[in-house]
Design a protein around this ligand. Sequence first.
Ligand code: DAH
Length: 347
Amino acid sequence: MGEDENILEELDDIQKNGLEALASVQDEAGLQAWRTAHLGRSAPVMLAFTRLGQISKEMRPMVGQKANQVKLALEAALKTRAEAVKTASLRQKLDTERLDVTLPGRRPTMGRLHPAAQALSEIIHIFEEMGFQEYRSPEVETDELNFELLNIPAYHPARDMWDTFHTTVPGTILRTHTSPGQIRAMREMCPKPIRVILPGMVYRYEQTNASHEMQFNQVELLAVGKNITLGDLKGTIEGFAQRMFGEAVRVRMRPSYFPFTEPSADIVMECFVCGSKGCPVCKYSGWLEIAGCGMLHPVVLRNGGYDPAVYSGFAAGLGPERIALLKYQVDDIRNFWQNDIRFLEQF
Ligand code: DAH
């Protein structure tokens, strides 16, 4: 009988010891260890259950009940303690990992438009105000459109003016100028009058130097209609130059040659660096070349679907990087596509 009563006291102690031990548990690992020691298979309260068989019949229900109570009490205490440990560790995390809003932020570097893109959009904007519509044509082009239909047959020495990148597909090249877009626009819009600009990248297999790159942008200008004259071309170009460089700028047309225009001209602008006195930028000529232009050759008009006896038109090809070069006084055109951030950040 003494043995049986002792076990009740023992169970009280088991509970008391368990609760005491639990009070000093501070973290997840401690909780695990406590669970094994106090509720695991060989924990004192669990062993009490296995001893029930040796207890007298009268006492057995009481001891069993008691053991159950102790087990439940320990389990409940564990649950409460586990919650407390979790809350405490969260609070500690929040305290130590708090966002310090008094720290000055790191300013992100702001992107901006590439200087060539800036010049391009300024040029496009000016021509749009003058009534020209933007028309895009492909950079990978056929030999036929890039040359043949622009009145440059395969044997023609004028082909030397455009050193060409060829592709592995015969007859398919990277366009050397935006002029093939003239044929595309005419064929699409014929017989309606046309006022379009064709901006985009062109490619030439060239030795690069301060004023020549393998890739650069062009803006092609095309007007087709009845009674379009050289005067219209000159007025359009002058109007453009004045908006781009200021009212006082002087431009002139210098006779030139292009197979797709007749007559043809280069557009030259007075050198703003030296005021036309002569300097390294204008190679001491006082004038800077910004575009080629001319009246559409009858062959080109016909290839576009327009009868040259009824229609006439003008075209021009401008180099936005050249224009940016002049506007920002950059001394080497290769800077534009070298991706040197120190250069690009200046614009
Ligand atoms: N396509 C010529 C070139 O890249 C430039 C040019 C000259 C375009 C005269 C024209 C033009 O439309 O009329 O060299």
